[in-house]
Design a protein around this ligand. Structure first.
Ligand code: MN
Length: 696
């Protein structure tokens, strides 16, 4: 661990004007506040903030950043408050520490709450001040370096995955490639221990066979350039196991087939030399067309500048070469940090501007291809990335469908979804998306979310939006039915019902507005008699209790039959009074009465068809329903409660399907007539217990 005077000396080396006393105070403060707290390694806790501060001095950051690094865990993990920090170290350091603390809080949220919205929040917090994100990245890097001390494998996995998913890409985005590489390597070792070991072993083996290959090639490159009169520095390195593994995964090749395991860096004196060097290398060795990139004339978003090319060395070995000036190199490796350190010459706004750009990239990438480069790996086992036709990127859980995608883009788009094209082809909405799919959502003019989508969507956002939309729609439909029923009820009271009477009824029933009343009637939450009483108090004094149809005999009569001919209601379609009906005359069996849209009628073409209708006072028949309930306690009793409340007797009940989170039942229900059955259906659909209810 860095000692107090070592840390202060490091800062003074690059910033002689730094406030030594303030740095000392911050060091002592963190040691005191963390007191006897311990790291998983057994080290005193304060060794961690001190190491993070040390990392910050490597980047030659200003004294406020160093102090923030020292204090970064005091508010989150000790009794210190932001007010304490401000009182002791001033408002600027307090603001920075507050920024880092906010990030830690988002980090600590449960996984499912930490998804997209939080990533966005996280990045926004990062962009408040570039120094906040630099401290956070160093914090994570040090935590990764000490990850192996953590005992619980699940915790190690979670931290490693988070590093791979968020911090390493972020380090890359801000151009801190050294941080990125180390984070990836450490996370990879944790997430894919076997692959890590195999590749490391193979690399060691290779090194043993042709030891010095890296040096030999570096020398050859340097000589070729020297002969042309260029003074350059050349360094070479093996790629690390993670980047080799990524190439294997991306190209679906084996270790032997990954040929470019070495990378070389050529540092030139000026920009013109960079292009000259590349020309010479391209004529000395064969180069791979399509692999050449000019980031000098077109820098990456994070400011990275370099030429990249791939050469065939001695016709068999593919090597990558990066060519740049020393100045570019410095900035490339330090990235945003360098940008900040150089703020005297550059405008500091640029740095924050980059991070804001980054939020946009994550949100809806303009640079999607590049972002995806890191996402095609098997390591992202639980999520996929899909694009809009314009290239905006969306992260979804595995199993997500175009409907999930549409809702991820925008709730309105999800609601208006009619169909989808995946990679240019029309595909069913329940199709599971694959990584990299381009999804084009086809919008309908009056399209509405379908309840059945709940059977295949996987995102909470889609699920919630569909339920909300369906509820709204059902509410309107039920109220519409209620309105018709209300007109009938109003006819039965001995007074003319106008606006005033309705308002009076609403007051008596303590209901907000007409819509509420109509919904209550439609959903059978209120009895006819109560409505009549509310409209004209006292009018039901002589109400006929026998109006309860279940107390009367079932009476079905059919018009259109020859008197004396027997009939039965078909058991396939269960027609109820109110349905349009047709009769099949079957020899020796009498007449079978079907609903006009019964599919079984297709088998009855050989019989005589009779045009029938219901007799005047017909009532009482079996309606057949299929009801899909949410599979949780109490839903079935709530559904049967609705039947009871509506005076409908359940004759048979069969559990037909269990498909979590749903459970489906089929039942025969004794109902008065079609209107009665429709009311029951409405009441079911209005219930929270019911996912779907339909006649079958
Ligand atoms: Mn920390």
């Amino acid at each position: 661990m860095l000692r107090q005077y070592e840390l202060v000396e490091r800062v003074l080396e690059y910033d002689p004007d730094a406030d030594e006393a303030a740095l000392n105070r911050a060091y002592v403060y963190t040691v005191q506040k963390h007191g006897s707290q311990k790291r998983a390694s057994g080290d005193p806790y304060f060794s961690h903030p001190v190491e993070v501060a040390g990392l910050m001095t490597d980047l030659q950051l200003d004294q406020e950043t160093i102090m923030t690094a020292l204090l970064h865990d005091t508010v989150e993990d000790t009794l210190a408050t932001i007010e304490d920090i401000e009182a002791n170290f001033g408002p600027e350091v307090a603001r920075l520490v507050d920024g880092v603390t906010k990030l830690s809080k988002i980090e600590a949220m449960p996984e499912n709450e930490r998804a997209a919205e939080n990533l966005r929040k996280f990045l926004l917090a990062m962009s408040e001040d570039i120094r906040v994100s630099l401290v956070k990245l160093a914090d994570r890097l040090h935590n990764m370096r000490t990850l192996h001390f953590i005992k619980k494998p699940e915790k190690r996995q979670r931290i490693a995955r988070e590093t791979m998913d968020i911090y390493a890409p972020l380090a890359e985005r801000v151009g801190m490639y050294e941080y990125m590489r180390e984070m990836q390597l450490l996370a990879f070792e944790q997430l894919e221990p076997e692959a890590f070991k195999t590749i490391s072993d193979r690399l060691a083996e290779l090194r043993g066979q042709d030891g010095g290959q890296v040096d030999a090639i570096a020398l050859a490159v340097k000589q070729a350039l020297a002969e042309a009169g260029l003074t350059v520095e050349v360094s070479g390195r093996e790629k690390h196991p993670y980047s080799i593994w990524r190439k294997m995964a991306e190209r679906h090749v084996s270790f032997e087939q990954v040929t470019d395991i070495m990378a070389f860096r050529v540092i030139c004196e000026d920009e013109a030399d960079c292009y000259r060097a590349m020309g010479i290398l391209h004529t000395t060795w064969q180069f791979l067309p399509g692999r050449f990139k000019d980031y000098i004339s077109t820098p990456k978003n994070n400011g990275y500048r370099s030429l990249h090319t791939s050469l065939m060395y001695e016709n068999s070995m593919r090597v990558e070469v990066q060519i740049r000036t020393r100045d570019m190199h410095q900035r490339n490796e330090f990235g945003l940090a360098a940008h900040w350190a150089y703020k005297q010459e550059d405008s500091a706004d640029g740095a924050v501007g980059w991070l804001r750009d980054l939020i946009e990239i994550v949100d809806a990438s303009h640079d999607a291809e590049e972002l995806l480069e890191h996402t095609r790996m098997a390591i992202y086992q639980d999520r996929i990335f899909a694009f809009t036709p314009k290239g905006a990127l969306f992260q979804l859980p595995i199993g997500a469908t175009p409907v999930d995608f549409a809702f991820a883009v925008h709730t309105d788009l999800g609601a208006a979804t009619l169909g989808a094209k995946i990679n240019g082809r029309h595909m069913p909405l329940r199709t599971q998306l694959n990584n990299g799919d381009v999804v084009d959502i086809i919008k309908g003019q009056n399209a509405e979310p379908e309840l059945s989508w709940l059977g295949f969507v996987v995102t909470g956002k889609a699920r919630a939006a569909i339920r909300r939309a369906v509820r709204l729609k059902e509410h309107a439909e039920v109220a519409e039915i209620g309105r018709k029923l209300f007109d009938e009820i109003a006819d039965r009271v001995p007074a003319k019902i106008g606006k005033k009477a309705i308002q009076g009824a609403l007051d008596r029933l303590e209901m907000g507005d007409e819509e509420d009343l109509m919904f209550a009637i439609g959903a059978a939450k209120i009895e006819d008699r109560e409505v009549m009483e509310a409209l004209v108090p006292g009018c039901t004094a002589n109400f006929d209790e026998d109006a309860d149809w279940t107390k009367r005999e079932r009476a079905i009569s059919i018009r259109g039959l020859t008197p004396g001919v027997g009939f039965q209601l078909a058991t396939c379609c269960h027609p109820v009074p109110g349905d349009r009906i047709v009769g099949l005359r079957k020899p020796h069996e009498g007449v079978e009465v079907h609903a006009i849209d019964c599919l079984e009628l297709a088998n009855g073409v050989d019989y005589d068809w009779l045009d029938l209708s219901w007799g005047k006072r017909s009532q009482g028949a079996l309606g057949r329903l299929r009801v899909t309930l949410y599979d949780k306690p109490g839903t079935l009793s709530e559904a049967t409660g609705i039947f009871g409340h509506n005076l409908a007797n359940v004759k048979t009940l069969e559990h037909v399907q269990h498909d979590p989170p749903f459970s489906s039942y089929e039942m025969d229900l004794e109902v008065q007539d079609l209107a009665h059955l429709t009311r029951i259906l409405s009441a079911l659909r209005a219930s929270d217990a019911v996912a779907q209810a339909e006649r079958i």
